[in-house]
Design a protein around this ligand. Structure first.
Ligand code: PLP
Length: 396
């Protein structure tokens, strides 16, 4: 019998299990609309694909530096300057195989028994999974509907102690679509001065997906925390590149060499042609990004209006990302039971809120990265399903 420790604590991302089940049902001939997985339904823009093909033809098929090719790290710095107005050192950028890898690295660096790591709940499930894996204590920071799914500086700070080694923030947020306003971020950053031992991981993977004129405030713009800020961003969502497995992170001076060592130990370097594609994405035209965000914005209105027209459902208007996170408490259904029934009986894949944390009960997540026609059909199916399945309801 082989014994290994820690794996009873590691979790999963249920969106992948839902994707597998939805794909299986579709392959058996069922008509499934997938509003489960969080990935743009657009193609990677042509000039980006061509850059990868050209890179292979030009012979870029070997190892690269562990932290990424220099022109790409320079392009990331230029992008951060353009978007956030902040000068960064390309030598502190690490190109990683997916945004997720940055959180893996950061949590691995700081997590150990006896320390606390704070993370948003509901939030991306891998935060908690990895925190538990390291043996650190996961401390959920509640993200509340009544606060429009922004995090509260006061509540976050009230959970911090001298044991807090890492604070994870995510805005615009998955699964809620919430954006934390500048005033709240400023309040938090000021409060963080009392906890100089705590590093901050700011997950800004949806930084370019904001609506209704809402600004994205990067944690990078606050000099007082620069020496302990890890920035997570990448190409997956912005450029419709989820399957390329590409992301970038910026590390403070005191952590960059540790990050480089983790890269060398785990993946040596990111796939070389993909790095050239990433370079084309950052340095080429941005029209496709703008068009994609405009299309998400149109669908956002369709999904929110449609959800609010269904008996028992109420949905706050999300201000960022491409998720709607409706409150389903008045339908009487438990969230995961409803998500499963919608997939099996109504052909609509969504994710139950509890897959994002304990505060997720009473909510489901719908990704509106699907066509308006499919969204409308899915909403009709949800309405019909809830209208005809009252007998299966369980009270919350
Ligand atoms: N962070 C958040 C909040 C996400 O929602 C996701 C993907 O869904 C990621 C990070 C990971 O992105 P990637 O596909 O680049 O690993």
């Amino acid at each position: 019998m082989i014994t290994i420790s820690g794996f009873d604590r590691i979790g999963e991302e249920n969106a992948f299990a839902v994707l597998a089940r939805a794909t299986q049902l579709a392959s058996q001939g069922h008509d499934i609309i997938n509003l489960g997985i969080g990935q743009p339904d657009f193609k990677t823009p042509d000039h980006i694909v061509e850059a990868a093909v050209k890179a292979l033809r030009d012979g870029h098929h070997g190892y690269t530096p562990a932290t990424g090719i220099a022109p790409l790290r320079e392009a990331v710095s230029a992008d951060l300057l353009k978007r956030h107005g902040v000068e960064t050192n390309p030598d502190e950028v690490v190109i990683v195989p997916g945004g997720k890898v940055t959180m893996f690295m950061a949590i691995l660096m700081f997590g150990e028994p006896g320390v606390d790591i704070l993370y948003p709940d509901p939030g991306f499930p891998i935060y908690r999974s990895m925190i538990e894996f390291t043996g650190a204590r996961p401390v959920p920071v509640p993200i509340r509907e009544e606060n429009n799914f922004a995090f509260s500086a006061e509540e976050t700070l009230s959970l911090m102690t001298d044991k807090t080694r890492l604070l994870i923030l995510n805005s615009p947020a998955n699964p809620t679509g919430g954006i934390t306003p500048r005033s709240e971020i400023e309040k938090l950053v000021n409060g963080l001065e009392a906890y100089p031992e705590a590093a901050i991981l700011s997950d800004e993977i949806y930084s370019q997906m904001t609506y209704d004129g809402m600004e994205h405030v990067s944690l990078l713009t606050f000099p007082s925390i620069r020496d302990r800020l890890i920035l997570l961003d990448g190409w997956s969502k912005t450029y419709a590149m989820t399957g390329w497995r590409l992301g970038f992170s910026l590390w403070p001076d005191q952590l960059i060499d540790k990050a480089r060592k983790l890269a060398v130990n785990a993946w040596s370097c990111v796939n070389a042609p993909a790095q050239y594609a990433a370079l084309a994405a950052l340095s080429g035209p941005q029209d496709a990004v703008l068009e994609m965000v405009e299309e998400f914005d149109r669908r956002r209105k369709v999904v929110v209006d449609g959800l609010n027209a269904i008996d028992g459902i109420s949905c706050k208007t999300p201000l960022g990302a491409f998720y709607a996170y409706p409150n389903i408490k008045n339908t009487g259904w438990k969230a995961k039971k409803l998500a499963s029934a919608l997939l099996e009986d109504a052909g609509v894949a969504v994710i139950g809120g509890p897959d994002f944390g304990v505060l997720g009960e009473g909510y489901i997540r719908l990704s509106y990265a699907n066509s308006t026609a499919n969204i409308n059909t899915a909403l009709d199916r949800v309405r019909t399903f809830l209208g005809t399945n009252k007998e299966k309801q369980t009270s919350l």
